[in-house]
Ligand binder design. Sequence first.
Ligand code: ADP
Ligand code: MG
Length: 652
Amino acid sequence: MSKENKPLLVIKNITKIYDIGDTELEILKGINLTIEEGEFVAIMGHSGSGKSTLMHILGLLDRPSDGIYEIYGQNVLKFDDNQTAFLRSKIIGFVFQQYNLLNKMTACDNVALPLIYSGGKNRLEKAKQLLTDVGLDDRLEHKPNQLSGGQQQRVAIARALVNSPKIIFADEPTGNLASTQSNEIMQILTDLNKKGISVILVTHEADIAQWANRIITIKDGQIISDTRKNDFVKATSSPLKIKKDSSRLSMMEFSENFFSAIRAILANKTRSILTMLGIIIGVASIISMLALGNGAQQSLEKQIKSMGTNLLYLMPGRISVGGVSGDVVRRITLEDVNALAENTELVKNIDPNVSGNAQVVYGNKNTSTNITGVTPVYQYMQSSVPEYGRFFTNTENNNAAKVCVIGATVVKNIFGNENPIGKYIKINRKQFRIIGILPVKGAQGPRDGDDKIVVPLNTAMKRLIGTKYISSVSVEVQDGKIDETQAYLLSTMLARNKLNADKADAFRIRNMSDMIKMLSSTTKTMTMLLGAVAGISLIVGGIGIMNIMLVSVTERTREIGLRKAIGATKIAVLLQFLIESSVLSLLGGIFGVILGVLISLAVSKFAGWAAFVSGSSVVLAVTFSAGVGIVFGLWPAKKASELSPIEALRSD
Ligand code: ADP
Ligand code: MG
């Protein structure tokens, strides 16, 4: 269908009312106007008469409060965001008094910007050609702040022309310029009009208005005069085709958005780094904290497992016997141990121990260490099968043989790098042959678990310590019988000593599973504590990201307004910000993971703590930070994209 008989634009009864607090300001009071294709119109009036307000409505940067607006006969006020963006892009070029160039971009990129949204090809060549046409071929790579006012306005005109529009709206284009520069700008506009582009110009200067063919005067929101200077020959208009399905983004638009997001990140390095810093700190802290918590838990669990999980320790306790002052100690004998061992339903293995300190001499070296007399089953119950040499046998125990198995610390103290197996040492002046080395246990609480010598029980009782009594009994319990066995040990010992149940304190029984429960609850508390600290730092990091994102998008509301004014759809604006915040968050997340791993490694190396970086903590930290970055980057961008272009441009 042809629109050849329709005028370029028609407005009927346009009003604009601003709400300021409780009063309403009626700025446009019913404007009727028809402009034909090819006209050069100057709108005149005093400052505050409503000229800019009218221009913004005509340029689809703002909406009227009421009235009808038709372009080529189509009611454009009913158009959706995509169609309106298409008109701003392809039909309308807007030139502002304040130029509204993007300061971070070169003149050439500023001119090429609208082509991103219209999908134009050869963007930079077109921009260069237009800048050459307005006499700026030697200023292509200058940023706006390196150009004079007149040059900036010429860049803005080139930008308005880049999509070959049908109409140029120019709101006081010479308002900030000296008169020679003004004449240059007016000459450019006049030349454009001669090429068939309609020009609508706002000015309050009569000599500027003289360039136009038609002068319309506005006063207090109404047209008071409308005169044509010379006969106007109406140009034949081309039909208007609105791109209908522009909601889907082409691959090219996507990649343009992607690169413009990257350019925006690079153009604002400080801000980008600050944003990333929040993400980096948040991610690094949770990763290193959780790594330390996990590491501590794992090493504790390992230690507990190495102590044996179904062991009970029976030791003499203390009771006060009524009336008699002082404590009476009940001792444990080998006969007691044999009696306890009889119940094989409960007792799997039993290992009576005696212990004491002794002086150990080898050549001219000597050291003081702990001597424990044990039975051969000790090596299995305490996970102490020697890695070098062997443990002693039952025969050696029965014969009270002078053989010993020594711990790594003792080896270090008196042998250094020498192989101790087969050597003889003096323990309390008696010769002992070393037959094995105990596996390394590491620190057990404050004690060094490797600073000890193990000898046969009988040897210790008869030859070293000289005692008939057992210092402690380790009992390995049949599976799942801990409580029963504990009761059995106590009742048997009380019975053998003819004591009543109220004298239960005569014997102490330490239960390993109690210790495990205690220890694992301690590590749980610790991990929770570390997790909480990490969580707090993540939240603090999140607030940092949020702040920077809010500030950075708010300060770019003007940019969003400008992008919309030159043809960006809401979706395109959002996509640009989504890509920007995703790239920032992703980069920050990657650096954060690297930093967190480095911190964990450094702490475990220099402080000797165990650290374990779990995959779930990486996922958690990165998702959270990226989520915060994206949400708080997109949310204000969405708000800004929903403003009318002129509202966004007016914000500061
Ligand atoms: P000019 O003819 O000088 O371009 P404008 O169209 O910019 O005048 O403004 C006309 C009147 O509308 C002015 O009195 C101004 O104060 C008022 N005005 C403009 N924008 C707003 C706004 N966003 N809110 C309230 N009043 C406004
Ligand atoms: Mg104005």
